[in-house]
Design a protein around this ligand. Structure first.
Ligand SMILES: Cc1cc2nc3c(=O)[nH]c(=O)nc-3n(C[C@H](O)[C@H](O)[C@H](O)COP(=O)(O)OP(=O)(O)OC[C@H]3O[C@@H](n4cnc5c(N)ncnc54)[C@H](O)[C@@H]3O)c2cc1C
Ligand code: FES
Length: 255
């Protein structure tokens, strides 16, 4: 894991209050794997002091993209970056998808809101491996659906402005019961209530499932102990989201 000062290429709008920031780093672009994240200093000063974690959303040979909502000071500063300005990036951080080796025929990707972030690179990695992919993406409304690079996409919106009127997990469950995908493995990222519903779906159907968590973090490098994830099992034990995660085999954690 390294720190690098990277020039910003562009910041473009991708939805309602949603932006994609592209920066140049051939090193990160060619090494980062789906599910890993970047810990970014949004400011050259001390406000905000802590880096902010973002999943790698897309890469080409030289550039990396992140996608984000503006929710506070850090993301507002990132949205305001102009081409040629720099950001200080630590990464690739965390561990990629691939925690569970069960064989499967179809990868079913489920994203809630900006939980879509790790899914495009995952889609590309699965395509390289020759694995069929079906994607389900949910959002509050049409303006919250960031759909680039996804394959066989089915959309659900809370307000019915696009696709299925309801939750993305309900849509995925309906599709899984009406279509034959062979042996399915679920990959999911999104808000905790969505991940809990995915866990129930996986358990009910005996499907392997990996999730990428996006809970609060402090240092992002395994020092502050500020990102505990409770492990499944009798004994109370914790993993660090920033080090052992953010991807986990859902059977190994309590969410
Ligand atoms: C591994 C990982 C990957 C992530 N990937 C993305 C991504 O691809 N795109 C994206 O938009 N966001 C992502 N996040 C969340 C992102 O890091 C936060 O939204 C960001 O740090 C907010 O910074 P801020 O300074 O703008 O807001 P702050 O001022 O720090 O916070 C604003 C509000 O958001 C809440 N908040 C901050 N962080 C989180 C969080 N992790 N979960 C829930 N609420 C939070 C705060 O409690 C506060 O209410 C990811 C988080 C993790 C841990
Ligand atoms: S965020 Fe500091 S240990 Fe994980």
């Amino acid at each position: 894991m390294m720190i690098e000062v990277c020039p910003v290429g562009e910041v473009r709008t991708a939805g309602d209050g949603i932006f994609i920031l592209r920066f140049r780093s051939p090193r990160i672009a060619t090494t980062i794997r789906a599910g890993q994240f970047l810990n970014i200093r949004a400011s050259e000063g001390i406000d905000p002091l802590l880096r902010r974690p973002f999943s790698a959303y897309w890469t080409d040979k030289t550039d990396v993209e992140i996608v984000f909502h503006v929710v506070g000071r850090g993301t507002a500063l990132l949205q305001g970056k102009r081409p040629g300005e720099t950001i200080d990036v630590l990464g690739p951080a965390g561990t990629p998808f691939g925690k569970d080796n069960s064989p499967f025929d179809t990868a079913v990707l489920i994203g809630g809101g900006l939980g879509v972030a790790p899914l495009p690179i995952l889609t590309r990695e699965l395509a390289v491996a020759g694995t069929p992919v079906v994607s389900f993406l949910g959002g509050r409304s049409r303006g919250y659906i960031v759909r680039d690079h996804l394959e066989n996409l089915h959309v659900a919106t809370d307000d019915g402005s696009e696709g299925f009127h309801g939750t993305v997990v309900a849509l995925a469950e309906r599709s899984l019961t009406t279509t034959s995908f062979g042996r399915v493995k679920l990959f999911a990222c999104g808000p905790m209530p969505m991940l809990r519903a995915v866990a129930v779906l996986a358990r009910k159907n005996g499907m392997p499932c990996e999730v990428s968590l996006e809970g609060p973090m402090g240092c992002g490098i395994g020092i502050c102990q500020g990102c505990p994830v409770e492990l499944a099992g009798e004994e109370k034990k914790y993993a660090l989201m920033c080090k052992e995660g953010p991807t986990f085999d859902i059977r190994t954690i309590r969410i």
